[in-house]
Each structure stands twice: as C-alpha cells, then as structure tokens.
Design a protein around this ligand. Structure first.
Ligand code: ZN
Length: 182
C-alpha cells in the first residue's frame, strides 16, 4: 500500500486511526474511480479522470502537524504552498467524525497534488466561499472522502447539473461546512 499521510508529530489514537483510514482510502480503487467518474470540476482545466491519475501517481508524503487555532477561527486546517508536504490541523477542531477528519487530510492533499501536477490546475482560488466552489476538486473530492468513510451520500443529483446553476437546493447540503476550509 502506498503511504500518503504520516503522523510526524505528537499524535493520538483517533489521529492514528484517521491517518490509517485516509491511507487506505487513497489506495481504494472505488474511491479513485468515483473521482474519475465526475464529469467536470469547477475552476479546473483538466478532466477528473486525469486528477484521479495524478493522485494515483503522487509519490510525496504528507506530514500531519498540529496547531492550536484562535478561539475565533473556524479553520479546520491550513495549507501553505511553500510547504506543500505539511498539513496543519487545528487541534481545537478535532471533535468530529473520522470521515470529516479524513476529508480535511484529503482536501489538503489535493492542494499538494495540484501544486505538483504540470500543466494542470484544480484548486479553488481564495478561501472566500461561493456555491460554485463546492464543485472544485479539493472540496468535491473531500466530500467524496467523507461520504466513503462515514458511509453517507455524496450528493443528490448530478454534480454538473449544479455547476451550471450553482444556487442548488441548500437542503441537500446539510452536512456541508463551507466556511470552515482553508
Ligand atoms: Zn483548500
């Protein structure tokens, strides 16, 4: 099995479990196929099937690190382009499901893969949330990850129906936390 995530700092039982789940998910053919089967991502210039391949051939290892965010911060984690192999998890925001934590790791991994993918771009621009960003590769793939781990539906309906009309029915997004990603 290919290792994508490593706990390099202090850790705990939950993060050990979450890290193992994230690593097996990234090696799961069903997960990679689910990404490849998306018709298109918003704010991306490559096919989802290509992004799935980029993930599969990515050889970097992501170091999971921790920081204690401000009590006013809603960030779950952050990614720094100058340190693409580090994921920084906010220790104030760890009381959530395994799937939600795996989704955070996967989201930041997509940023790292995007940074190293030549002639391809699939980020989400700034951190200001808009409905369209739900369908960018980092957000949508992290949602697939959460759905796989927590065994929840990914989305009702076709993703691309909603890229054209981003103001979709919000009631289908009840477990979406748009303001929390960085
Ligand atoms: Zn992001």
């Amino acid at each position: 099995m290919k290792i994508y995530f490593v706990n390099t700092w202090k850790t705990n039982e939950k993060m050990e479990r979450v890290t193992a789940l994230a690593n097996s998910l990234m090696n799961d053919e069903d997960f990679l196929n689910e990404i490849a089967m998306v018709d298109a991502f918003a704010m991306s210039d490559v096919a989802p099937s290509r992004i799935s391949e980029f993930i599969n051939i990515f050889t970097g290892q992501i170091n999971i690190k921790y920081y204690k965010g401000s009590i006013f911060s809603s960030a779950l984690a952050y990614f720094t382009p100058s340190r693409p192999y580090d994921i920084n998890i906010n220790t104030r925001k760890m009381n959530r499901s395994d799937g939600s934590l795996v989704a955070t790791l996967v989201h930041e991994l997509i940023h790292a893969v995007d940074k190293f993918a030549i002639n391809a771009s699939f980020g989400h621009g700034d951190n200001k949330w808009t409905p369209e960003k739900e369908y960018t590769a980092p957000y949508y793939i992290d949602k697939i990850a959460e759905a796989f781990i927590d065994k929840k539906p990914i989305h009702e309906g076709n993703v691309n129906d909603n890229i054209a009309i981003p103001t979709v029915n919000k009631s289908t997004w009840t477990w979406w936390k748009p303001w929390t990603w960085f």
